[in-house]
Structure formats: structure tokens, C-alpha cells
Design a protein around this ligand. Structure first.
Ligand SMILES: Cc1ncc(COP(=O)(O)O)c(C=O)c1O
Length: 388
């Protein structure tokens, strides 16, 4: 047994810090520059997407996805379906940017959007967009959701902030939507201290993301796109760098964070393989006949940020989490649980029933899958749980 088992351990190690020190000793320009472009190219290539736009958090990445769809004028309306099991900043941009969010319950298998309930909402509201979350790394039921997209024609945002490296039918999550987001927060699959990325295969969305990320100006576009943008407004040459085309933000990160990100790319496959292996141990050992239900998706390879188990009841969860605590195994609830129960939502919208999300929130607890722990460590953790 180890002395303690933490949920989140730093993925930035001594070698990464050494790389950063050596780079700093070259006295670089400490702002947003060429290293950011390099990290974006590296991420896009690893993810298998045409464009990747680095920003200062996963939450900012989500904000940029919504803002890009608005600015694109591709949306048929401002209604957006948001998942009951999600994260505060999966939903918050809808409120901040004047969308009309409509919440959808989770399904019991993946904890992601329930395709049947989603279809009911699509029929009733005909929303212009949908945002999904691959909850803690377990891919949503993508075949059903993509066929609904074909049928109803909404724009799809994929919040993959906690799902880097997970596969559905062998395809990486974050490659299915019109836009997708990732987080590089401490203890996530890889970290840039703080940071996030948006991916897209749509060239216009890439341009909008770059403009919205930086004040609404076009300085970060390639020369041809910048010139087209300026041409539309007959901007004279002298004023061109300080022309603001969209009501933008400043959500940039910096070369310093990108240097850390580039160092992480050297080990991302190893990190992901460790998480996949650890998650599989929980799946083998914490089964229904032992009193636990785990998220599952038979078509997925799950590279989770943590494994979520459902106990038989809230009391059962209390017993198990007390035993874990006494052995210094860190555990926590499932993020924000049912988002409709959070004050920011309850204070705005009428109460609705999301029975599956409620059931999940009432008995879920998270377990570490961080690759600092080995599969044998995970077996030890499962031993504590099963002996309770
Ligand atoms: C699903 C999901 N979306 C968004 C975020 C926000 O990411 P960040 O902490 O980088 O802002 C998180 C954070 O854990 C998350 O789990």
C-alpha cells in the first residue's frame, strides 16, 4: 500500500521544468508568439484535426466555441441543449452570451446526453446548437447523437475537457463535433499550468476563434485571411493592426505555457496509456454484483480523468468513502453533479426533473486513474472498497 493516493498529481515533472528553465535562459519574448503556434500545430496533429487554438483555460475554450458559433451566423437560433451532468463552464457561456439553454438529462450508461431525451427536446425546440460532455472521459453515445445531428441539423460542440485521448469506435473524442474543447488544468491528462484548446476542421471557425481570442482583431490570421477581413471594411493600411472586427475577449495564453505544453506532448501517449490501463482495473473489479455501477460505453476506449463509481445508495457511498479516506485514498463527488441543482441555474430557470442525473449525483464518487498510480495501486484501492 502507498502512503496516499491522490486524485490529481502534477504532470509537469522535473524534465519539463528543466526545459522551461533552458528556454527562459534564452531570454525569449514573454508573450503570445511562435511557441503558441507550434503547440497548436502539435496538438492539431496529435488530435487529428485541421485547426487547434490555444487559450488560457478549458472554460475559455468553451466560451470561445459558443462565441464562434454566434459570430459565424451559422446558427438557426440561440437555443442550445446543455447536459445535466456537465461542468459549470460548459453551461455558463450560454447564459453569458444570451443563448437560451435547455437542459437534457443524462443516460445511465455513459452519463452523457441521453439520445432519446435529446431527440424529444430537438423535436420540441429545434435548437440551433447542442453541447455535449464526455463525462470524465467516457465518450457519449456518438452514433446516436451524430445521426440526430444529420436529422435535425444543429451545430455540435464537444466538451472534451476531461476526455483527452478517449476513443469511440477507434476515433479520438474531440473529432466529432463542429468544435471541440480541451482543458490543461493541473492534474488533467496534460497540463500547461492553466490552459485550454479549441479544435475545428472549419477554416472560418478557426479564423473567428483567433479573432475572438484576441480582442476581435485579425492580427493572428494568416496574411490572406487578414487581408480579406480588412478588404470587407476598406480599412487603410496604417490602422489595420488595430481594427476590431468582432466584440472579442482576451483569452490568450503565452509562449511560456506553450513551452510546457510542447514538453507534455512528448509523454502524452504514455500518460494516456496509463489512464486507460488504470480505468480497466476498476472496470474489472468494481462490478454490479459487488454493489457498484460504473459508467460504460462498449464502443469506447476510456482514457478517464477519474473513474466514477455509483454505490448502491448514498449511505453505501458514505461507508465506502469513509474507508477510502481512512486509507488516504482521495475521493470526491462527481463534479457539480446535476447542474440544474446548482444555484446559478436554480436562480434563473424553473425547476425540472432530471431523475437520472439526480440518481447519479446521489451515489457517485470519483476514484483516481492518474498514471502516477500503477494498475497494482488501483487493485489496492479496489481491495479497500470491496472489503468495506
Ligand atoms: C467537462 C469540463 N468542462 C470544462 C472544464 C473547465 O476546464 P478549466 O478548468 O481548464 O477551465 C472542466 C474542468 O475540469 C470540465 O471537467
Amino acid at each position: 500500500m502507498k502512503d496516499e493516493y491522490l486524485m490529481a498529481v502534477d504532470t509537469i515533472d522535473g524534465n519539463d521544468i528543466q526545459t522551461l528553465i533552458e528556454w527562459l535562459q534564452t531570454e525569449p519574448r514573454l508573450t503570445h508568439g511562435e511557441r503558441v503556434e507550434e503547440f497548436q500545430r502539435s496538438w492539431a496533429q496529435w488530435e487529428g484535426m485541421d485547426h487547434a487554438i490555444f487559450c488560457n483555460s478549458g472554460s475559455s475554450a468553451n466560451l470561445l466555441m459558443y462565441a464562434t458559433l454566434l459570430a459565424s451566423e451559422d446558427l438557426s437560433n440561440r437555443k442550445v441543449i446543455v447536459p445535466a451532468i456537465s461542468w459549470a463552464t460548459t453551461v455558463a457561456p450560454a447564459i453569458q452570451l444570451g443563448f437560451e439553454p435547455i437542459m437534457c438529462d443524462a443516460e445511465g450508461d455513459t452519463f452523457g446526453l441521453d439520445p432519446n431525451k435529446l431527440e424529444d427536446l430537438l423535436k420540441e425546440h429545434n435548437p440551433g446548437s447542442v453541447i455535449l460532455v464526455h463525462v470524465l472521459g467516457v465518450p457519449c453515445n456518438m452514433e446516436a447523437i451524430l445521426s440526430l445531428q444529420d436529422k435535425y441539423g444543429f451545430k455540435l460542440m464537444e466538451d472534451a475537457c476531461a476526455a483527452t485521448g478517449s476513443l469511440y469506435d477507434g476515433q479520438k473524442v474531440g473529432t466529432f463535433g463542429d468544435l471541440s474543447s480541451f482543458s490543461y488544468f493541473f492534474g488533467h491528462h496534460v497540463s500547461t499550468i492553466e490552459g485550454g484548446m479549441v479544435c475545428t476542421n472549419n477554416k472560418r471557425y478557426d479564423e473567428l476563434l483567433r479573432m475572438l481570442r484576441s480582442h476581435g482583431w485579425a492580427k493572428d490570421l494568416d496574411a490572406e485571411a487578414e487581408s480579406q477581413q480588412a478588404g470587407q471594411f476598406e480599412v487603410d493600411g496604417f490602422n489595420r493592426p488595430f481594427t476590431f472586427y468582432y466584440p472579442g475577449f482576451n483569452l490568450r495564453s503565452s509562449d511560456l505555457n506553450a513551452v510546457v505544453g510542447l514538453a507534455q506532448m512528448k509523454k502524452i501517449d504514455r500518460v494516456c496509456a496509463g489512464r486507460v490501463a488504470n480505468h480497466k482495473v476498476y472496470q474489472e473489479l468494481l462490478t454490479l454484483d459487488k454493489g457498484f455501477t460504473l459508467q460504460h460505453n462498449d464502443r469506447a476506449e476510456i482514457c478517464s480523468i477519474a473513474c466514477v463509481a455509483l454505490a448502491e445508495s448514498t449511505e453505501h457511498r458514505e461507508r465506502v468513502t469513509a474507508a477510502l479516506k481512512s486509507h488516504k485514498v482521495e475521493t470526491r463527488p462527481l463534479g457539480g453533479g446535476n447542474m440544474s441543482r446548482q444555484p446559478f441555474w436554480r436562480s434563473r430557470y424553473p425547476e425540472q426533473d432530471f431523475p437520472v442525473a439526480d440518481r447519479i449525483a446521489a451515489s457517485a464518487f470519483q476514484l483516481p486513474t492518474h498514471p502516477a498510480h500503477s494498475p497494482d495501486d488501483i487493485r489496492d484501492i479496489c481491495g479497500i472498497i470491496l472489503n468495506t
